[in-house]
Design a protein around this ligand. Structure first.
Ligand code: ADP
Ligand code: CIR
Length: 357
């Protein structure tokens, strides 16, 4: 039960080139010769090899991480690579640590981010879920994409009241509508080279799509990076309202037939190791002109509070008009509620610092 020799040869060749390529990725940091030699012959039950896990990072040396779980078993088979990546990204979540059970806490007990509405433009909280008994992107068939879309869009029909909405498949959506949804920060982008090189965009746009309610405050993405992304967002800084809506919607979906994949140690399973555990990314779009006069300084100060800074159009984008996306960085080893508090308190600190400058 080994990776085919053609794959092993390709791995040797590509790893050789990567060894002489400069890269700040965690892949570069942790795929030592020793780890590489240990993993290069392995194959998961789904047939994924080390090459399937690292091909995006090999092709894109500007990756932050550079590895994806080609299927749910990859986290175990290739633990010698994933464990140190996870420990580094999630601020010290060790191989012996166990992600705690879900605890969403009391949504009303969160700090108000920006009571005067001077800095925060909008607030968003998202989580990711994978369906049990399905592989991840690179190992999914066209039929599985469609099956998952059926299950997810079916379950979303159960949402009622303010959450009631409609599912729009990407297949057949006109380009103008798609672009407007992307520009308005509602829809995932198309052609992400990190995902494409991980073979996460096969059969595109089959099985991909977006759900949203009447005022686009609750959204769901189907089969983009993960089987399901559930998103709550609105203008302004009312973190409690945004978080409460996510909890309500997820609770309703959990009462449908959907069964979500959860690992006893890693928490909820996702395609990217950065999203494991709670899978929660709570962000604001924020303008902090004084702090951000030097973007590197903004990143440094944000890091003190375990916050991550992204550009206006999300991951791997630049800031437009001084707008930054600031969110909690780690998602593992703490509860959902603790992740929200970490983000909320951190943003409040950044605003406090902005005001002293
Ligand atoms: P994620 O991994 O959470 O899906 P991305 O970095 O891929 O994040 O961003 C997805 C989209 O969400 C982008 O259009 C981004 O601008 C948007 N977004 C993220 N946070 C906010 C926010 N607080 N307000 C408005 N849009 C946001
Ligand atoms: C990278 O390594 O930069 C890309 N593979 C993306 C990593 C982070 N992805 C994410 O948070 N979803």
């Amino acid at each position: 039960n080994q990776a085919p020799s053609s794959v092993q040869r390709k791995l040797e060749e590509e790893y050789g080139k990567f060894a002489t390529t400069p890269s700040d990725s965690l892949l570069k940091k942790y795929l030592t010769r020793e780890v590489f030699d240990k993993l290069k012959t392995r194959k998961t039950r789904y047939g994924s090899s080390l090459l399937d896990v690292i091909q995006s990072g090999l092709k894109n040396p500007d990756s932050g991480i550079g590895a994806y779980a080609a299927d749910p078993e990859a986290y175990t088979t290739f633990a010698a690579l994933f464990d140190p990546i996870i420990e580094d990204y999630h601020e010290g979540f060790k191989p012996t640590d166990v992600h705690p059970p879900s605890n969403w806490g009391d949504a009303s007990k969160l700090p108000s981010l920006d009571p005067e509405g001077k800095y925060v433009i909008s607030t968003r909280v998202r989580c990711a879920r994978s369906l049990e008994n399905y592989p991840f992107n690179p190992t999914m068939s066209r039929e599985q994409y469609l099956e998952i879309q059926d299950k997810i869009s079916g379950a979303l029909k159960s949402l009622d009241g303010d959450l009631k909405g409609e599912y729009y498949p990407l297949e057949g959506m006109d380009k103008e509508t798609q672009q407007r949804l992307i520009d308005d920060h509602f829809l995932f982008k198309e052609g992400d080279r990190f995902l494409q090189d991980a073979r996460a965009c096969e059969f595109w746009p089959t099985g991909r799509g977006i759900f949203y309610n009447g005022n686009k405050t609750l959204l769901a993405w189907c089969n983009e990076e993960d089987h399901l992304r559930l998103i709550s967002m609105q203008k302004g800084g009312d973190l409690s309202a945004v978080y409460a809506r996510l909890i309500e919607a997820l609770g309703k979906l959990e009462r449908q037939q959907l069964r979500f994949a959860r690992h006893e140690r890693l928490g909820y399973l996702t395609f990217c190791p950065t999203n494991l555990g709670t899978t929660i990314r709570a962000s604001v779009h924020v303008r902090l002109p004084k702090l951000a006069a030097d973007p590197q300084e903004l990143k440094r100060v944000a890091g003190i509070y375990n916050l991550q800074v992204r550009g206006t159009r999300g991951e791997h984008s630049e800031s437009e008009g001084g707008v930054y996306d600031v969110s909690n960085k780690r998602r593992m080893g703490l509860t959902e509620h603790a992740a929200l508090l970490e983000m909320g308190n951190g943003i409040a600190e950044l605003i406090r610092r902005e005001e002293t400058l």
